[in-house]
Structures are given as C-alpha cells and as structure tokens.
Design a binder for this molecule. Structure first.
Ligand code: AHG
Ligand code: MN
Ligand code: MN
Length: 333
C-alpha cells in the first residue's frame, strides 16, 4: 500500500514544476490537515473547537472557533516551508504576504488560495467538514512585491488543487492535472495511504444535492430541472442528498455519482460559493475526474476573477447531467 509521500515521489515526473516545491507544499498541507483532524476529533470534549469565535468574517458570517484555528494552522504551516509567497483565505479580508527568509535560495513562487474550514455550520453537530486548497504559480517576478493579480488567476492555471474531508475518516484528495487520487489517514501513525486511486465520476449517477429549502428563491430553470430529477423516466427519479458541506457533498457525489447545485438565490444573487476558494479547486478536481463544472453557462475554470472573495453560482458533477441543467437554465431565460 502506497503512502502519500511514496505516491508523490513515484509520480514526481508528472509534476511540471520543481520536485522540491511539490514536496514542500505537501509537507505543509499534510501537517496542517493532521493538526485539524486531531482537533476535530476532540470537538465534543474541548470548548476550544465548538461554537462561535465571537467575530464576523469578511462575508458577514459568524466565524467559528474552528474556522479561525484552521486558517491559522494552514497559514503557519505554509509560512515555515519557504515555498509559498502569498495566501488568500476565505477567513481573511486581504491576501497575506509571506517573505522568503533565504533570498538567494529558490524564491517562493507559489500562491495558495484556501477555504480552511468548509462546512462551518456542521462543526458543532459531528457532520463531515473539510479544507479546500488550491495552488498557482505567481504571475509577477519573484523580485517584486506581490499584487492582487497574482491571486486573481483563472482556475485553469491551477497547478495543484484538492481537499481534505474530516469525516468518518480523514481523506485527502488532490490533483496536479493528471487525474485525481484520494488518501486516507491512519491516525494511529499519522500517515496518509492511497485508498481511492484514479477517482472518476460514475457515468450513471442518481443523486442531486441542493438546499431545497431555498426553492422559492430559485429561478424557473432550476425549478424545472429539479422537477426533471424527480420525475419517473429513464434513469430517474434521482434521489436527494445534501450535507451542507461542499466537501462532503462533492466527496459523496464523485464516489456514488451525483450533481452538486448551488444556484443564485434572492439571498445570494451572485450565488453563495466563493469562486477562488471553493469553486475553482472543486471544478479542477471535477474535470480531472471526467466531470463538468459550470456557473450555468460558462466553464468555471475559464472565469476571470475580479475580486478575491467573488461568489458564483456553482454546478458540478457528471458531464451529461450538468449539461442537462445548463439546457434548463438557458431555455428559461
Ligand atoms: P463555509 O463553511 O466555508 O462558509 O462554506 C459553506 C458553503 C458550502 O460548504 C456548503 O455547501 C454551503 O455553504 C451550504 O450552504 P447552505 O447552508 O446555504 O445550504
Ligand atoms: Mn466553504
Ligand atoms: Mn470556510
């Protein structure tokens, strides 16, 4: 059985950028996710984790203690490894600059965009939560200050994307653009083992995942699509499953076959999910697993971001069903 470290080394030739960088990046991601795994598993017995931190984040959402802990843990872990020059996080209004301490050495060429804790509303109730991460090469030269443009890159330019799900077990799933693979943490020795090689969306998925409590606020196209999912017919009706953690819903849908749907609503006229921290990395994984990710009309990975905390409608899953949803949206305009 491969460990994550062995797997990376055995496939290192497929990483277009430097070998050392990928090892440093993964060393940061593994350490931070193990620290979060440990805290999540103590959630019932320590007040450090459950509940609100008492502050609101940039999105006006009440930040949970674990949001804050996860943000700090990832930032510290990336800081100490001299590979990342900037981090933009869902939990921080502005991007964070990381200086390279050894100027003659290597240069920190990579940009991280991260949702440190996805599914915050599920922290206190023992339901799967996650971390979503995404890595880009900086656009500007390493000798000048970072600019916002280093962070506002199209998703297609990601060189590494993935998530960690803290569920019945902790699983890290990632892609460097040559397929996607999942690794389960053996907590007794703190090692991730390859458990989900070459993940692909099943062709015949039967799940749709949407917060149907917002039904009245959906457009006609979305309402008609839901009706389509619910009707009897070839390969239908679909069955509904919704956790309320994108990472959890996506992880189930890629294994069992299903579409994730977060459209515009009256409350969130631009959609709720964040393009840079949530949609782009999940869209990258979706395409690498043979699926499709769309905002209803456009490929998510082609959207040119204008702001760090930009939101977008988001639909991802097997190609045929996402295309079907797009038809409903376009026909109802
Ligand atoms: P976060 O916890 O990072 O703010 O993300 C929550 C997101 C996403 O994970 C989830 O799918 C969605 O919000 C759930 O939204 P609703 O509660 O509106 O269904
Ligand atoms: Mn999230
Ligand atoms: Mn979050």
């Amino acid at each position: 059985m491969y460990t994550l470290g062995e797997f990376i080394i055995n496939n290192i030739d497929e990483f277009y950028y430097s070998t050392e960088s990928i090892l440093r990046l993964f060393s940061s991601i593994k350490l931070a996710s193990k620290a979060i795994h440990k805290e999540v598993n103590k959630a019932g017995i320590t007040k450090k984790i459950i509940g609100s931190s008492g502050i609101k984040n940039i999105h006006g959402e009440r930040q949970k203690k674990l949001d804050n802990f996860a943000h700090k843990t990832f930032v510290e872990s990336f800081k100490s490894r001299n590979v990342v020059c900037g981090i933009a996080s869902e939990e921080s209004e502005n991007f964070i600059v990381i200086k390279n301490e050894k100027k003659d050495y290597y240069g920190n060429k990579y940009i991280v965009l991260i949702d440190p804790l996805d599914g915050s509303s599920n922290i206190d109730v023992n339901v799967p939560i996650g971390t979503i991460f995404s890595v880009y090469k900086r656009k500007s030269s390493i000798n000048i200050n970072l600019t916002i443009d280093d962070f506002l890159q199209e998703g297609i330019r990601q060189i590494l994307a993935g998530y960690v799900i803290y569920g019945s077990s902790t699983i890290l799933v990632y892609s460097i653009g040559n397929g996607i693979n999942g690794f389960t943490l053996d907590p007794s020795i703190g090692t991730f083992y390859l458990s989900h090689p070459n993940m692909k969306f099943p062709k015949k998925g039967k799940i749709y995942s949407i917060n149907e409590g917002n039904y009245d606020k959906f457009s006609d196209g979305i309402k008609k699509f839901l009706r389509y999912c619910q009707e009897e017919g070839r390969n239908r009706p679909y069955t509904a499953r919704y956790i309320g953690s994108l990472v959890g819903d996506f992880h189930r849908n890629i294994i069992k076959g299903g579409i994730y749907i977060y459209p515009k609503t009256a409350t969130y006229p631009q959609g709720k999910l964040r393009l840079l921290y949530e949609c782009n990395p999940i869209a990258f994984l979706t395409e690498q697993a043979g699926g499709k990710a769309s905002d209803g009309k456009n490929r998510i990975l082609n959207i040119v971001p204008k702001m760090l905390h930009q939101r977008t409608p988001f639909f991802c899953g097997p190609k045929n069903i996402v295309s079907k949803l797009e038809e409903f949206i376009i026909n109802c305009e």
